[in-house]
Ligand binder design. Structure first.
Ligand code: SAH
Ligand code: SF4
Length: 367
């Protein structure tokens, strides 16, 4: 960090304990600090009243709890919230909170931009600028808790109950940082959102899917969008590397998928492109043997895109076929459209500077 201080947000509890030990502080301090940050929302050591005042200075000298800057905070007519966050290096990402009656999901970003250029996705028009760190990812959760005033509240009074890794970027191309962040978010002594309430969406990074299931055990969502390789190669270019057959096999093998915990297949409805009855029937055939449910997403427009959304009738006819075959296939309601917060509309003005190396965290630079 520019301040030379270590951000505690992003350290595991063990790492924090070790760092405090090096300063001569006992292990129980780490537990207290963890609690202040992740259950009470402390943003400054001076708020930590259970910690002796003379230690506040020592902690402040070595560590920071600073949140990213909120560049914009918008609220939709349907109560969806969106925050544009600016990190220390000036890069920006968007985070969206989608409230429902008795629950709500935070849609979290994993990268600034995306390498994958899916043709229907606004984020895909950005180059990958950089991977987010675990701290950047967790900070999105903390900012949402701040904005919703949900610190120090009883769990049953909180609307922020779920996390979906469906914001900007491909989470399985930033696996190490995403895994670290989710592990911290799932920690029972802190934010404590359970793996059953976390869904990770991938466009199909096949070699990472098994690891994600084994190590994190979160719900999996697959951005399918096409049922034939030829079309999927075009819509989701990653398909050329990991075609449908391999992707579906990885889903069959996904650790932890059961009838009670199904894999979600996301299918964006593009008029005249992927929305025929024959497509729906082929989808049913492909899903055979997978604990699956289907999420039909009316395509959300963005400036300059070449697609149109399938008609309501077409969406319903498609859903009916999938439903009749025994798969739940709700048509997802569009939320936050007026503030460009709907699925696939997220984009920030971060740009990769000419010649700048992409920071890919733990992954070798390959794009
Ligand atoms: N990169 C990951 C997660 C982020 S995208 C992935 O692709 O899965 C979250 C979901 O929104 C994906 O299913 C994506 O395909 C979909 N999406 C992208 N652009 C969209 C748009 N314009 N309208 C509707 N859904 C879109
Ligand atoms: Fe990236 Fe997902 Fe958008 Fe594809 S749909 S460009 S993988 S964010």
């Amino acid at each position: 960090m520019a301040t030379g201080k270590t951000s505690i947000i992003g350290l595991t509890r063990d790492e924090l304990t070790e760092k405090l030990k090096a300063l001569g502080l006992p292990a129980f301090r780490a537990k207290q600090i963890w609690h202040w940050i992740y259950t009470k929302g402390a943003t400054d050591f001076s708020q930590m009243t259970t910690i002796a005042k003379d230690q506040h200075a020592l902690l402040t000298e070595h560590f920071t709890l600073a949140r990213p800057k909120i560049d914009k905070a918008l609220t939709s007519f349907d109560s969806t919230r969106k925050w544009l966050l600016e990190f220390e290096d000036g890069n920006k990402v968007e985070t969206v909170f989608i409230p429902e009656e008795d629950r709500g999901a935070l849609c979290v970003s994993s990268q600034v931009g995306c390498t994958l250029s899916c043709t229907f996705c606004h984020t895909g028009t950005m180059p990958l600028v950089r991977n987010l760190t675990a701290g950047d990812i967790i900070n999105q959760v903390l900012i949402a808790r701040d904005g919703l005033s949900e610190w120090n509240k009883k769990r049953e009074d909180c609307l922020f109950t779920n996390i979906v890794m469906m914001g900007m970027g491909e989470p399985l191309y930033n696996y190490e940082q995403v895994a670290r962040a989710l592990t911290i978010i799932m920690d029972g002594e802190g934010i404590a959102i359970s793996k059953r309430r976390i869904t990770l969406s991938t466009s199909g990074v096949v070699p990472m899917i098994e690891r994600c299931g084994k190590e994190l055990g979160v719900n999996l969502a697959i951005s399918l969008h096409a049922v034939r390789d030829e079309l999927r190669d075009e819509l989701v270019p990653l398909n050329k590397k990991y075609p449908l057959k391999e992707l579906l096999q990885a889903c069959r093998d996904y650790p932890g998928a059961t009838n009670a915990r199904r894999i979600t297949f996301e299918y964006v409805m593009l008029k005249g492109v992927n929305d025929t009855d024959a497509d729906a029937r082929e989808l049913v055939r492909l899903l055979d043997g997978i604990h699956a449910k289907v999420n039909l997403i009316p395509w959300n427009p963005w400036p300059g895109a070449k697609y149109e959304t399938s008609s309501r009738n077409r969406q319903h006819a498609f859903a009916q076929i999938v439903n009749d075959a025994g798969y739940s296939s709700p048509i997802r309601a569009t939320r936050g459209e007026d503030i460009m917060a709907a699925c696939g509309q997220l984009k920030s003005d971060s740009e990769r500077k000419k010649g700048e190396k992409v920071w890919l965290g733990d992954r070798p630079t390959s794009s």
